[in-house]
Design a protein around this ligand. Structure first.
Ligand SMILES: [Zn+2]
Length: 296
């Protein structure tokens, strides 16, 4: 929306005709070996499962080399996923850079990257039964990294009322239970999510974030290969399939299932595990004595 419409300059058409350049060309990013990943998948044995009740969240831990699935159970349901390095919560999922490196929506072969100064893959998507969806006529896709998470602050801002079952609160409660503290003490650890199963896009006319009914059905799942030891949290969004509304008790909501799998150790023996970024972190500042001991 432009408050003061301006007269375009004489060369407006020429300026608009500049060709788009993909910011991070796909070819420069090293890709996971999908053939090896598929061979690993063939050896997996289920270790445990966790049920996430509707309008609630649960945490779970996944060791490096294990795989985990988020499974649709009783009906279409969107999930909000957070990931941390289980040994250091300062390293966590970086939705924005994942979007910049891959796309607005991610699927098999794409990776979930961690924040700076670590910037490494935390997990790689090894299978996605909704991979057939692609982009629909509205320009929407599934599993977005453009939304943030529903939260009580935005809800209060827009509706003037308080609601305690938004994904932000669900994730904060679950992490608080895991760490045996109060939600208030850990809510700053909750971060922008991977919107699992959520079908979203930007409207063509006004470029606003929109959602539509998730195409997920019972039995569908998205599967991840853990590249580092993970602490994860998943919220079953109060928006249900996100076809109408969220941040209230109106939508039909369903549980989500998390399944953790162990591969044959031999199958992952030659996987190259990611290290934190090797950038020196001087950021152009004058050198200080002993700075090289200040890594991370
Ligand atoms: Zn939500």
């Amino acid at each position: 929306m432009m408050l003061h419409p301006l007269t375009p300059p004489a060369d407006a058409a020429a300026r608009r005709a500049a060709k788009p350049v993909v910011v991070y060309p796909v070819g420069t990013l090293s890709k996971p070996d999908i053939t090896v990943l598929e061979a690993i998948r063939q050896t997996i044995v289920k270790q445990n499962e966790i049920i996430v009740p509707p309008r609630d969240a649960r945490t779970f831990r996944v060791k490096r080399g294990q795989l985990f699935r988020i499974v649709c159970m009783d009906g279409p349901q969107v999930g909000d996923l957070n990931l941390w390095n289980s040994h250091d919560l300062a390293e966590r999922f970086f939705s924005g850079k994942t979007r910049a490196l891959h796309a607005t929506h991610i699927s098999t072969g794409d990776r979930l990257w961690s924040n700076m100064p670590y910037l490494r893959p935390m997990a790689t998507i090894s299978h996605d039964t909704l991979g057939w969806y692609g982009w629909d006529e509205d320009g929407a896709g599934v599993h977005d990294v453009i939304g943030t998470r529903c939260d009580p602050y935005t809800n209060r801002l827009l509706s003037g009322s308080d609601y305690d079952r938004c994904c932000h609160s669900n994730l904060a409660r679950a992490l608080a239970t895991e760490l045996r503290v109060t939600p208030r003490e850990v809510e700053h650890q909750i971060h922008d999510v991977l919107n699992v199963f959520m079908c979203t896009g930007f409207t063509k006319d006004t470029h606003q974030y929109f959602m539509k009914a998730s195409p997920v059905r019972p039995g569908d799942f998205i599967e991840f290969f853990a590249e580092i030891d993970l602490l994860a949290a998943l919220s079953a969004c109060p928006g249900g399939d996100c076809s109408t509304t969220h941040s209230n008790d109106v939508a039909a909501c369903h549980p989500l299932k998390i399944e953790v799998f162990e591969p044959d150790p031999k199958s992952i023996a030659n996987w190259s595990w990611p290290s934190p970024s090797a950038y020196h972190r001087r950021h152009g500042a004058p050198s200080l004595v002993g700075e090289d001991s200040l890594r991370h």
